[in-house]
Design a protein around this ligand. Structure first.
Ligand SMILES: Nc1nc2c(ncn2[C@@H]2O[C@H](COP(=O)(O)OP(=O)(O)OP(=O)(O)O)[C@@H](O)[C@H]2O)c(=O)[nH]1
Ligand SMILES: [Mg+2]
Length: 370
């Protein structure tokens, strides 16, 4: 903002000078009568007018500003157009489903349910068995919702054959980074906190000093017997040092991807036959990757499968597919880093409910399994 003072003979001269100097938008702030020196050495005075004027700030946006305003407006318009398109697409797909259902003589509720199941990455045989069961139940006028029919179908097939062991040695195996160490430490913490029974920890991950230290630190925090295997040949000694009557010994083994299983684990397995072997699978992997890992681990004969990282996925078809295709029992579910809340023992019901918990399934199916 520019403010200037002018000494002029009269107002019209003042206005003229101000416009010339400060431009047409200049504002006159004040005008007062005064005198100005005249004559030689300024000894004489003559009347004059003092005018003060202001040049307003340039409120015109710069060309850069104009460009960015236009881009912003265009972005808003595009976003709102895309929202409208998405809305119309959803509506069209809903109408298309309804029309297709009517044409094929299928109940629209079933079609919607099938679309939902298709997002679960189930293996194709299981998907078709499951849909076949639900469709034939609906055709026989069974009033339960498709979700609750699917849940009972899965839960019946996942009935536990026996319970998890309470004492002895468990080996935890699985692909690299599948969540073995995390699961073992959460399980140990849960057992200590809830006072389930004596627990001991063994880190047999000879490939990771970091994992060994983590296990050791947690063991001393929980004040439970803990030992670390530094060379493959010393596993049986490490087990002896933590063995207590009635204790459950959780053994963390190194990760091995399919193809490395025998090479990585055979020396450790040759020293000790555990009472149970848990295969730990990352549930956020695709169903086919989980099935490949399960197949590779048949070499060490696991009797349980634990699933981790359930919080990182919304497709749980792999969990069902692995369990139903192998007939293996499930062990634990891990759904996050919080110790020990994010670890639960599996039941046929919580496994069967997995795909329906986060989805906006209908209420009666939620209640029926609750
Ligand atoms: N979000 C989430 N992250 C998990 C879960 N379980 C493990 N993780 C993360 O997965 C990563 C690998 O976990 P680890 O327990 O070290 O896996 P591991 O199988 O022992 O790994 P290796 O011994 O190297 O084969 C870590 O960053 C964990 O924090 C889980 O249930 N949810
Ligand atoms: Mg580990």
């Amino acid at each position: 903002m520019v403010i200037k003072r002018y000494l002029v003979n009269d107002l019209s001269e003042g206005v003229q000078r101000i416009k010339q100097d400060l431009g047409p938008k200049a504002l006159v702030l004040s005008a007062r009568k005064t005198t100005r020196p005249n004559g030689r050495f300024g000894l004489l005075k003559r009347p004059a007018i003092e005018v003060t004027a202001m040049q307003p700030e340039n409120t015109e946006p710069s060309s850069d500003q104009k460009l960015s305003n236009t881009i912003l407006q265009n972005k808003k318009a595009i976003r709102s157009a895309l929202e409208k398109v998405r809305y119309l697409e959803n509506m069209a797909s809903g109408l298309f489903d309804l029309a297709k259902a009517a044409q094929l003589g299928i109940n629209p509720e079933l079609l919607k349910f099938r679309n939902r199941l298709e997002k679960q990455d189930l293996d194709p045989k299981l998907l078709s068995d499951l849909l076949g069961h639900v469709i034939s139940a609906k055709n026989s006028n069974i009033s339960s919702s498709p979700e609750s029919l699917a849940r009972s179908f899965i839960a019946n097939r996942l009935e536990k054959k026996d319970s998890l062991i309470e004492k002895g040695i468990i080996f935890f195996v699985g692909t690299r980074g599948s969540g073995k160490t995390g699961l073992i430490t959460k399980l140990a913490a849960k057992r200590v906190i809830t006072g389930i029974g004596p627990t001991a920890l063994v880190s047999a991950d000879i490939t990771s000093r970091h994992a060994a230290l983590h296990v050791k630190r947690l063991g001393s925090l929980l004040q439970i017997p803990t030992s670390v295997v530094l060379e493959a040949g010393t596993l049986s000694n490490a087990l002896e040092t933590v063995r207590r009557p009635g204790a459950l010994i959780l053994v963390d083994l190194p990760g091995a991807d399919p193809g490395e299983v025998i090479a990585t684990l055979s020396k450790l397995f040759s020293q000790q036959s555990p009472d149970s072997i848990h295969l730990v699978l990352d549930a956020s992997q695709s169903t086919s990757d989980m099935l490949i890992a399960t197949q590779a681990y048949q070499a060490v004969n696991p009797d349980r499968v634990d699933f981790t990282k359930l919080d990182l996925t919304s497709a749980f078809g792999g969990v069902w597919s692995v369990l139903l295709s192998t007939g293996l029992n499930a062990g634990f579910l891990s759904a996050g880093p919080t110790m020990p809340e994010d670890l639960v023992e599996t039941t046929p019901q919580n496994l069967a409910a997995l795909p329906f918990e986060s989805a906006e399934g209908d209420d009666d199916s939620q209640r029926e399994t609750a």
